[in-house]
Ligand binder design. Sequence first.
Ligand SMILES: NC(=O)c1ccc[n+]([C@@H]2O[C@H](COP(=O)([O-])OP(=O)(O)OC[C@H]3O[C@@H](n4cnc5c(N)ncnc54)[C@H](O)[C@@H]3O)[C@@H](O)[C@H]2O)c1
Length: 401
Amino acid sequence: MKVAIIGQGYVGLTISAFAGEFFEIVGFDNNINIVDQLNEGISHIEGVEGATLRKWIKAGRYRATNRGSDIADVDLVVIAVPTPLTKNRKPDLGFIEAACKTIGENVKRPVLIINESTSFPGTLRSYIKPAIEKYSTGLIEHFYAISPERVDPGRTDFNQRNTPRLFAGLTPEASAKTREFYSKFCDNLVEVSSPEVAEAAKLFENTFRQVNIALVNEFAQIAHSLGISVYETLDAANTKPYGFMKFTPSAGVGGHCIPVDPTYLAAVAEEHGAPATFIRRANEVNLEMSEYIVRRVVEDNGGSLQGTNVLVVGVAYKPNVADVRETAAELVVEHLRSNGAVVSWHDDVVGKWKGESSAPLEGADIAVVVTKHDGVDEKKILASAPYVFDTTGKVKGAKGL
Ligand SMILES: NC(=O)c1ccc[n+]([C@@H]2O[C@H](COP(=O)([O-])OP(=O)(O)OC[C@H]3O[C@@H](n4cnc5c(N)ncnc54)[C@H](O)[C@@H]3O)[C@@H](O)[C@H]2O)c1
């Protein structure tokens, strides 16, 4: 079976690498640099080994392309393109629309089309299917299904094989074909009664995380005002064997999912006249954390950061990845600069960010740890400045939340 995977980023390339063992994969991406790199067997995604790609390329089971005609003869298409927010923080389905255009214009016989991109309930039925039909010449009765992706880049204990996968087809036949496809490389398939349930479940999973992160971030501020350790208090609460799940405070949320997906849910809720109060407020609390952290740093340093050299340690949105999308570090840097600090940053996993390069981990007046990669030595962080503020809870001996 020949499978086209539209989008060769975190989700699409991860699936390609797993599915390459069972199918012939055409990795379609409209970024020619990514396509060229992938065809040389070089991976740009953590958790996908170049060696795996090279193995599939050699066996004739993987090829990247940016030519629509290369997907004309596939049996199955997976959509894995970005679903960001517009400038006004509304769902932006522009990438989905472009993927639908590629499919509609090139795939001329009925195939199974599975969406793995995260979006609001109704996207498969009311947006993807009509869009593909709009771009097709003649009516082709494709099979449509959704299977929201749950990949957690950089994570090694859960992967495509052992992470339960939700799915639903628009028709029973589409569901059956979807089960057949994923059963090759996923051991636990969970079929739900409609695509809308699968789409909503994915949004709720990430909304649950966002709201709980906001709650613990607010609690960190309460604990500090009471003069008690937030970490000790959370560990104490976590001894309860049921009804509690531990989240830890941070400089905010980042990445493509947690700051974005809940806004998709809020948008669709409000469109249907339902409340999204928690979701909206959680987003605000998480965004405000950067300001709170900088306020704490200012208070500890005589009330001003004017002309002070501040090193932000870790600008990726989470440990051990190079991904800086929506990273909380951006707001931390902004607030430090608006307080007069001279800001540089250290993150050798990221390397380059916003036209600047990672600075050495030394010689600062103040260090603010936003993300702690496993490979960064705690002692070196502590030695990088006379005052270190840690937002991760991982640098013992530093000031912190
Ligand atoms: N990254 C994650 O951890 C994660 C986890 C679960 C779900 N998701 C969801 O999966 C979807 C994809 O996210 P991602 O992190 O893989 O994004 P990504 O930015 O890493 O990759 C997307 C790729 O799609 C390509 N692309 C964009 N438009 C295209 C088009 N019209 N045709 C072909 N290629 C196109 C881009 O060049 C890019 O390489 C999003 O909806 C996201 O919310 C992401």
